[in-house]
Design a protein. Structure first.
Length: 493
């Protein structure tokens, strides 16, 4: 028979490769300076996606990512995702999305790593101690805009794959990359690209990995949930133009008074959301969840110091974490049309627009929230019997994301953290929103894990953003170990 004529070696499945962790770690340690230089080179690119004048830098950034992955032997594409319309009607090309593929062995799992290389704005004058685009090493911390969010984690993944390649070791899983350049402004164009490539690039992806978040303490973490966000504008319009308060004050029913009146009915001083239906939609806190929160390392005093307050809404750890991660909240962000300039201007603004948002958690539904908020605000406004006009619009409706921490992907994460750090991870959620996680889940139907490597005090989006050498380098080792752990998952689940 034909099959018996084959040499026995070919009958051995390709999954029996000893994991040469020590060699890989040695490679990482001996190439540290190279990795720091790579980060320096990336930080020097002002890839601020919110500033249209920086768009050429952003295009260059995407090309550098593509080039690096190509040099490593990946199959790389720069995917055109079209243009964005600017407020003045002009069209501007979006930065291309970089996709890459390493390995296509159908006996192996395929993971897809998502990251972004655009950054928040940063200027020295904002209060940075160092030039935000000149990577500066102070006591083992690398300061620079985008260091932790998300350039170093993306590089760490690239270097993890690169280490296997450099040592001519077979990758334990096939690895795909999706690196975008519009995350900080809402991942414009990415949803469409994911949808368009669902049956091509994403069709054989088993798992999606995101490393765009941070630890909660000095202990490594795995992130299993993020809150969504519904963002609203509430506009109150009255007289046809701004008026002088000395001349007209007392005669007109002022839009600003109406607006502040209704804003004040959204949430109570003790944090209770007053919009009917919202609290009822929230999934109840289970005993297991309560227990998980108990086990998390979290220093309330540290947290207070970090934000500069002496009192928080809740004074025990479990309540606080629960309200950061798994309960909704209302934040009022500002009022447009109001003169907040310095000086004692005595104007009655004719039209004012409040901006507020409601963080979303399971099982809230943005479409329902939109209706609940709009109906409620109109009803409290009606009670004022004001002749002014109220208009409520929801401009963002991002759903929350929640994973199962018992899933094999998380077990693999725990094992990798154990190997590299000799600890159990904090299992945490993020209060913020990573909308793309939910898109990946909804469109591809694949399981997602978030493995952060950034430190709890990295200052994402703030002045003096940094990542430590420890987190950058040990994080790279964690990714190496993680790829191996994923390959050991028993069956596709
Ligand atoms: C970055 O900072 C270092 C140290 O202050 C300085 O020597 C170097 O010239 C700076 N590089 C750039 C490109 O500004
Ligand atoms: Zn980010």
């Amino acid at each position: 028979m034909h099959i018996l004529a084959l040499p026995p070696i070919l009958l051995v499945l390709s999954n029996v490769h000893a994991f040469q962790y020590e060699e890989l770690v040695q490679h990482i340690d001996s190439h540290q300076e190279e990795y720091v230089e790579a980060l320096r080179e990336w930080i020097a690119i002002e890839s601020d996606s919110s500033n249209v004048l920086k768009r050429p830098d952003l295009h260059r950034m995407m090309e550098m990512v593509a080039q690096k992955l190509t040099q490593m032997g990946g199959t790389v594409e720069l995917v055109d995702i079209g243009e964005q319309e600017l407020p003045d009607g002009q069209m501007l090309a979006l930065p291309k999305v970089v996709t890459a593929l390493f390995g296509s062995d159908s006996d192996k799992y395929t993971v897809c790593i998502y990251g972004h290389v655009d950054v928040q704005p940063a200027k020295l004058e904002d209060g940075w101690a160092t030039d935000p685009y000149n990577l500066t090493d102070i006591n083992g911390n690398f300061y620079g805009r985008g260091a932790s969010d998300n350039k170093a984690p993306v590089l760490a993944w690239i270097h993890a794959v690169g280490a296997y390649k450099a040592l001519s070791m077979e990758l334990p899983v096939n690895v795909k990359f999706v690196i975008e350049g519009m995350e900080e402004t809402g991942s414009n164009g990415l949803d469409t690209m994911i949808l368009a490539q669902r049956d091509t690039f994403f069709s054989n992806v088993d798992y999606i990995i995101i490393s765009d978040c941070s630890w909660l303490s000095r202990r490594p973490a795995l992130t299993y949930g993020t809150r969504g966000n519904c963002y609203f504008y509430a506009e109150v319009e009255g007289p046809k133009q701004d008026l002088h308060s000395g001349v007209y004050g007392g005669a007109v029913i002022e839009p600003m008074t109406d607006l502040i009146g209704i804003l004040n009915t959204l949430i109570s001083p003790s944090g209770t959301i007053l919009i009917p239906g919202i609290r009822e939609a929230v999934a109840p806190l289970s005993d297991e969840e309560w227990k998980m929160y108990q086990d998390i390392q979290f220093d309330m005093d540290n947290y207070k110091n970090e934000i500069g307050v002496n009192q928080l809404m809740y004074n025990n750890k479990v309540d606080l974490l629960a309200h950061l991660w798994r309960y909704p909240t209302v934040s009022i962000h500002g009022i447009e049309g109001a003169f907040s300039d310095q000086g004692t201007k005595t104007v009655i603004p004719a039209k004012v627009t409040a901006k507020f948002s409601i963080r979303q958690v399971p099982n809230m539904d943005p479409a329902m929230v939109k209706k609940q908020v709009t109906d409620y605000l109109h009803s409290v406004f009606a009670k004022r019997k004001s002749p002014n006009k109220l208009k409520v619009t929801m401009v963002i409706g991002a759903k929350p994301w929640l994973a199962d921490t018992q899933h094999a992907l998380y077990e693999a994460g725990k094992a990798a953290i154990k190997r590299v750090f000799d600890m159990d991870p904090d299992l945490i959620r993020e209060g913020g929103t990573i909308p793309i996680a939910r898109t990946f889940q909804d469109v591809t139907g694949k399981n997602i894990i978030m493995i952060p490597i950034g430190g709890f005090d990295d200052g994402l989006h703030s002045q003096n953003e940094k990542i430590s050498r420890y987190n950058y380098i040990e994080g790279t080792k964690l990714f190496i170990a993680y790829l191996n752990e994923v390959s050991l998952i028993k069956s596709r689940v």
